[in-house]
Design a protein around this ligand. Structure first.
Ligand code: IPM
Ligand code: MG
Length: 351
């Protein structure tokens, strides 16, 4: 039984449209009998500069009705930093209650990274980043702004409900057949004694429901060391929004770079949104030099979330074929153009 789906497409800014184009080319090649009604959304810097709209409420409602969303990237040097990030990307993540930010850190065959001693076996983990609260909640404010006595407060909001649902998601994931049944909490419990304590208590409580899962704890600073020195110790990591943001950029580097790092903003009960985690790469825009594999990997995650496992597996094979032929994952150093890398994936996926 194959499905029929309505998928929102937000090509966005910078290199977003180029990599989304390659993703959709791959989708067409692997979809089999599944059908996809692609619903285009004109969102991003151009729209904002033209009309002042970032993500109008009625469009957020239209996004809510879809089966999934495929996003290129948002952000543009012409727009003040923070506008599109907060009022478009974070508004979508929060508004659609995509409380899981799922970021696999996988080293594909043939990929060179900055840590030559790592093997494919070493780098095979997934970061479950809390995506709906923490420092990203926007709580805080200024007092006496612009004076010598200015106060700026930025609060980390951590709710029992929010922590429990993300930790539960991570335990469930650790139990999946392709995982190694190990869950590591990454936090900073020695300094963030309130938020960290809540996370640790929730992990300890839920551990009783998942006796087969081995749990451990690593401080976020030490986790950075282990990402380089002993990444194989990680299987599933659960962490808060800010720590998750930071360690997944480091994670991308041990995969080979931002060009290969994919992620999903997931609402298990609602609509999820998949994106390359690398941003808009303004300096590469329009040159055909950007690596589309992160976006293609995001599409693979989208298909898996929809239950189209065979199509997702095809993409996985295609990516593995492509990485073995490419010189580098870095923009402009791939040995192929953006379109040619898309073609390599299609070839590998369909042969
Ligand atoms: C990411 C990005 C975003 C984040 C920015 C663009 C708001 O860095 O997806 O990791 O901080 O979540
Ligand atoms: Mg980030």
């Amino acid at each position: 039984m194959t499905g029929s789906y309505r998928v929102g497409v937000i090509r966005g800014d910078g290199t977003g449209p180029e990599v989304v184009g390659e993703g959709l080319k791959v989708l067409e090649a692997v979809r089999g009998d599944a059908s996809f009604d692609l619903v285009e959304f004109d969102l991003g810097a151009d729209r904002y500069l033209r009309t002042g709209d970032t993500l109008p409420d009625d469009e957020l409602e239209r996004l809510r009705d879809l089966d999934a969303i495929f996003l290129g990237a948002v952000g543009d040097p012409r727009v003040k930093p923070g506008v599109l990030e907060r009022d478009l990307l974070l508004k979508a993540r929060f508004g659609l209650d995509q409380y899981v930010n799922l970021r696999p850190v996988v080293r594909y065959p043939g990929v060179q990274t900055l840590v030559p001693s790592h093997t494919e076996e070493d780098v095979n983990m997934v970061v479950v980043r809390e995506n709906s609260e923490g420092l990203y909640s926007g709580a805080g404010g200024f007092h006496r702004k612009g004076t010598e006595h200015e106060v700026a407060v930025q609060e980390s909001i951590n709710t029992r409900h929010g922590v429990e649902r993300i930790v539960r998601y991570a335990f469930d994931l650790a139990m999946q057949p392709h995982r190694r049944k190990k869950l590591t909490l990454v936090h900073k419990t020695n300094v963030l004694t309130f938020a960290g304590d809540l996370y640790q208590r929730v992990v300890d409580e839920l551990a009783a429901e998942f006796p087969e899962v081995e749990t451990d704890y690593v401080h976020v600073d030490a986790a950075c060391i282990y990402f380089l020195d002993r990444p194989g110790r990680f299987d599933v990591i659960v962490t808060d929004n800010m720590f998750g943001d930071i360690i997944t950029d480091l994670g991308a580097m041990i995969q080979g770079g931002m060009g290969i790092a994919a992620g999903g903003n997931i609402n298990p009960q609602g609509v999820s949104m998949f994106e390359p985690i690398g941003g808009t790469a303004p300096s590469e825009t329009g040159k055909g030099t950007i690596n589309p594999l992160a976006a293609i990997g995001a599409l693979e995650m989208l298909l898996r979330q929809l239950g189209e496992a065979e199509a997702a597996d095809r993409i996985e094979r295609g990516i593995r074929e492509a990485t073995q032929q490419m010189k580098s994952m870095r923009a402009g150093e791939m040995g192929y153009t953006t379109t040619q890398v898309g073609d390599l994936v299609v070839e590998g996926a369909t042969s």
